[in-house]
Design a protein around this ligand. Structure first.
Ligand code: F6P
Length: 465
């Protein structure tokens, strides 16, 4: 079996598994398969000359990590990736900023990654690159002679062509995607957006359902919806410790009904819109006053970027406003928690909440939606209210699907979720569990790797294979 080489900006810590659900999911897959994981170690050094690749081995997984310089952090990570690509790919051209320095830094860091990975590669390795930070990595590796099978998976949305072309250098970026053998997207919408671009702007054509021919290259382009380890998450929500946490939540909270939202404090998550919808719910259904609380957990992220500072201020002003206007000495309508919470605690909080409110304005997949479902008690489950703009909505049809921009619609969905009869909740939950099991983390990993190893036959047009 070929060795798997995974490359991503963030990596998980194999000892503590501390990091997002996604990184943990990759780690679990790597453990099954064995392989190498290359990425940023999260540290910052002053000079480029201080950068060293450090390798550590954990059973059958080798972690190879290196730091970024302060300049890389500012211009590559915060600059090009998160002030440029992130807003464009989330359809937020109004927030996108591109500069020459940031663009040069993006190329330089990708080159440095390629330079450091190339000597570690064996001929038969399968290379799997993750996310928007590293789009041109395959091009850098190919330029250094690597003829390996390489795949790229985009965790975030891919925008429609009209949005993409507003970005400087979009042609260069898309051309560098064509250096991969396999391109993976979260949803049919992202896949269709990409295909519309290559058909309309580059004269590409589909040779079969998943095989694209463009600029003389043939590549597999497909949808691989990311998932979670359902049983693992479900069992986390059922432990005696989880039970204690749930009881504490219900005892401490003044309200009988808990609504939960868990999101990085990012403008793509639609947090102010969510609070406005909750306010509308309180206006429309005053008999729920003192009975319902929204707990919003929102760990801060990318805090040096102005758009993130602004969204935090807006969220804090709104939660203060709602609590001031509707709250009382014995009831706080919005419980806003600005820190990250351990997965075990989250699992318990999900299970103890009657409504999961997942209303991003645009999201690649949104694993919180899947985790909320997995954590529910099958005999008395809560209800998922889900934005139609989360990738997860393409599959999770039995959630209450809402338009997050429409405060009235979200308010009505919250009301419907709260009064939904148990029988209907059980039916919906069963169907949702079936869906998240059918597309779990293991399936995601295995189907991508299968596409990567697939033999494409003798008429393969890729120049480097
Ligand atoms: O899912 C998109 C993503 O950018 C991941 O690549 C990343 O791990 C996560 O969001 C958190 O973002 P950041 O790495 O900027 O903290």
């Amino acid at each position: 079996m070929s060795r798997l080489v995974v490359v991503s900006n963030r990596v998980a810590d194999p000892e503590t598994q501390a990091s997002g659900g996604l990184a943990v999911c990759i780690l679990q897959g790597l453990r099954q398969h064995g392989g190498l994981w290359f990425g940023w170690n999260g540290l910052i050094v002053e000079e480029e000359s201080d950068i060293r690749v450090a390798c550590t081995r954990h059973d059958n997984v080798t972690m190879a990590t290196m730091p970024l310089t302060e300049r890389d952090f500012q211009e590559f990570y915060l600059g090009y990736c998160n002030k440029g690509l992130w807003p464009v790919f989330h359809y937020r051209l109004d927030l996108a900023r591109f500069t020459q320095e940031n663009s040069e830094s993006y190329r330089a860091v990708n080159n440095r990654f390629a330079e450091s990975i190339a000597p570690l590669l064996r001929q038969s390795d399968l290379v799997w690159v993750h996310d928007y930070h590293l789009i041109p990595l395959a091009a850098g590796l190919r330029a250094r002679g690597a003829a390996n099978r390489m795949g790229f998976f985009l965790h975030i949305p891919f925008p429609p062509p009209d949005v993409l072309v507003a970005m400087p250098e979009y042609e260069w970026l898309i051309n560098s995607m064509l250096e991969y053998d396999v391109l993976g997207f979260q949803t049919k919408t992202d896949h269709a957006n990409f295909c519309r671009f290559v058909f309309g702007f580059m004269g590409g054509e589909m040779l079969s359902k998943d095989t694209l021919l463009v600029s003389g290259k043939r590549l597999t382009v497909s949808v691989f919806p990311v998932g979670i380890d359902v049983d693992d998450f479900a069992s986390m929500a059922q432990t005696p410790e989880a039970e204690m946490r749930i009881q504490k939540l219900h005892r401490r909270g003044e309200a009988r009904v808990n609504i939960i939202g868990v999101d990085r404090l990012d403008y793509s998550k639609g947090l102010p819109d969510r609070l406005r919808a909750f306010k509308r719910f309180l206006e429309l259904f005053p008999h729920h006053h003192k009975a319902v609380t929204l707990m919003q957990i929102a760990p801060p992220t990318r805090e040096d970027i102005q758009a993130y500072i602004d969204i935090r201020h807006e969220l804090e002003a709104l939660s203060g406003q709602i609590n001031g206007e509707f709250g009382d000495y014995d009831w706080t309508p919005v419980r806003y928690v600005r820190r990250s919470i351990a997965q075990e605690t989250l699992a318990a909080l999900y299970r103890g909440s009657h409504v999961g409110l997942v209303t991003p304005l645009r999201d690649g997949m949104n694993l919180v939606a899947k985790e909320y479902v997995a954590a529910q008690d099958a005999n008395d489950p809560g209800v998922l209210v889900l934005s139609r703009f989360a990738g997860a909505a393409e599959d999770l049809e039995e959630a209450l699907i809402v338009n997050p921009y429409d405060a009235d619609e979200v308010a009505q969905a919250i009301q419907r979720a709260i009064v939904m009869p148990r029988k209907e909740r059980i039916t919906r939950h069963r169907a949702l569990m079936k869906r998240i099991r059918a597309r779990d983390g293991r399936k995601w990993m295995e189907s991508f790797i299968s596409a990567l190893v697939a033999d494409r036959g003798p008429d393969d047009l890729h120049p480097t294979t």
